[in-house]
Write a protein that binds this ligand. Structure first.
Ligand SMILES: Cc1cc2nc3c(=O)[nH]c(=O)nc-3n(C[C@H](O)[C@H](O)[C@H](O)COP(=O)(O)OP(=O)(O)OC[C@H]3O[C@@H](n4cnc5c(N)ncnc54)[C@H](O)[C@@H]3O)c2cc1C
Length: 380
């Protein structure tokens, strides 16, 4: 398989790097230090049209699929992993709408999301546990021309921000059918009964706020159901699988940022008159890191190619997410170690990377859940 970027992808990467190495790099640190959502920077990013990268041009997208989306996540994360979070959490609801929504729903919600009129959030995880998505409790009861949704979600990223326009929620429509009784709905912000909780301070994704959401008899038209009633589980599993590629790509960008920082610090630091990179004890872990980063890139790109084809991709996606995010954590730790005591101080960018990498091993399915998916191959 040819893994080089094609012409469109090269152009995409160039455009993204202009934003990431320009405005984003210049302005993001104070927001990250304050754990604050950078509203104006996100607006600037939305105006550039990158939110639609993966989706069909018919709905205003760039038509570059999951391969393109992975480039966006990686490039943003190389400057600020939390900014990639805003992108990838917006992508999950866009993906479920794009893959399963009717033409009407796509025109109503995907088009403005591709244009960047507002951002979206994905409501899957509930307080009772996110690893078992089939145990969702939020209820959606049919009533005339509407569904009435009641329940709560946790950690919904993007949902507490001033730019938030819609959430997609997975809820139980047919309890007697168990896991086959789940369906997905679009709920616009401002629908009576839609309440947003507070954002907590996190060790990673500091600029992206992740909040509790409460739906208290929230009424939406039947037309807001995405795809078929009862297809919710299938939709979440596919959407999460694609999200895993983007989380892996965020890990890849983060690991590259860690290497960038280690290289620039290590190039000028001398101890006892000797440049620290002359010590093999320090460079061997970095050599291993570079090798694993290369492997992460190949795995992510391969998983993205599969997701854009008609072939199965869940196994490769879980492997790519597991490997790239565990690698990101490892490389962040090594890069911090290269900085010695300075790595412990917040004014050094490297100090934030272990926390930023750590959350990637939890969301969109923890490392244990990826190992469960991969381990199923043993009994296949
Ligand atoms: C920063 C951040 C942002 C997030 N954003 C979103 C979002 O936008 N939308 C959304 O819906 N969710 C979001 N999440 C939620 C995330 O997907 C869940 O945290 C994750 O799926 C784990 O669920 P949980 O936290 O309930 O842990 P639990 O499911 O309670 O798991 C606890 C521990 O038990 C382990 N475990 C559970 N079952 C098994 C098993 N069968 N075998 C082995 N180990 C197991 C897990 O790996 C974990 O270590 C976000 C989370 C974070 C941290």
């Amino acid at each position: 398989m040819l893994l080089d970027l094609n012409e469109d992808e090269t152009l995409l990467k160039g455009g993204l790097e202009q934003f990431a190495n320009g405005s984003l790099r210049a302005k993001i640190k104070p927001f990250a230090d304050r754990h604050e959502f950078p509203t104006d920077l996100v607006k600037e990013f939305l105006a550039l049209g990158f939110m639609g990268t993966a989706y069909d041009s018919e709905y205003g997208g760039g038509g570059l699929g999951t391969r393109g989306a992975a480039i966006v996540a990686e490039t943003l994360a190389r400057t600020e992993p939390g900014f990639a979070a805003i992108y990838l959490c917006n992508s999950a609801p866009m993906t479920v709408i794009a893959r399963y929504g009717s033409d009407e729903i796509k025109k109503k919600w995907l088009e403005p999301l591709c244009r960047g009129d507002f951002i979206a959030s994905f409501g899957v995880t509930e307080p009772s546990g996110g690893s078992d998505v089939a145990s969702i409790k939020m209820r959606a009861v049919e009533d005339g021309d509407s569904f009435v949704l009641t329940g709560s979600k946790v950690f919904s990223t993007n949902a507490g921000t001033p730019l938030h326009g819609i959430s997609t929620f997975v809820a139980v429509t047919d309890p007697e059918l168990g896991a086959k009784g789940l369906s997905t709905f679009v709920v616009p912000v401002g629908t009576p009964g839609f309440k947003v909780g507070k954002a907590g301070r996190k060790i990673g994704w500091r600029i992206a706020d992740s909040v509790e959401l409460y739906l208290d008899e929230c009424r939406v038209p039947k037309a807001n159901i995405i795809g078929n009633r009862g297809d919710g589980l299938k939709q979440i599993l596919t959407t999460l699988s694609i999200g895993r590629i983007l989380v892996g790509a965020t890990g890849l960008g983060l690991a590259r940022k860690a290497i960038d920082l280690a290289k620039s610090y290590g190039a000028s630091r001398k101890v006892g008159g000797v440049p620290i990179f002359q010590n093999q004890g320090l460079t061997f872990p970095l050599a291993d890191a570079l090798t694993k980063i290369h492997a992460s890139e190949l795995m992510i790109r391969n998983a993205a190619c599969l997701a854009d084809s008609d072939r199965p991709f869940r196994l490769e996606t879980s492997m790519a997410k597991l490997f790239a995010t565990e690698t990101a954590s490892e490389v962040a730790d090594i890069a911090l170690q290269v900085h010695g005591g300075y790595g412990a101080f917040e004014e050094f960018d490297v100090s934030s990377l272990p926390g930023e990498a750590r959350v990637l091993r939890i969301l969109e399915g923890t490392s244990e859940i990826q190992r469960l998916v991969i381990g199923r191959e043993l009994s296949a």
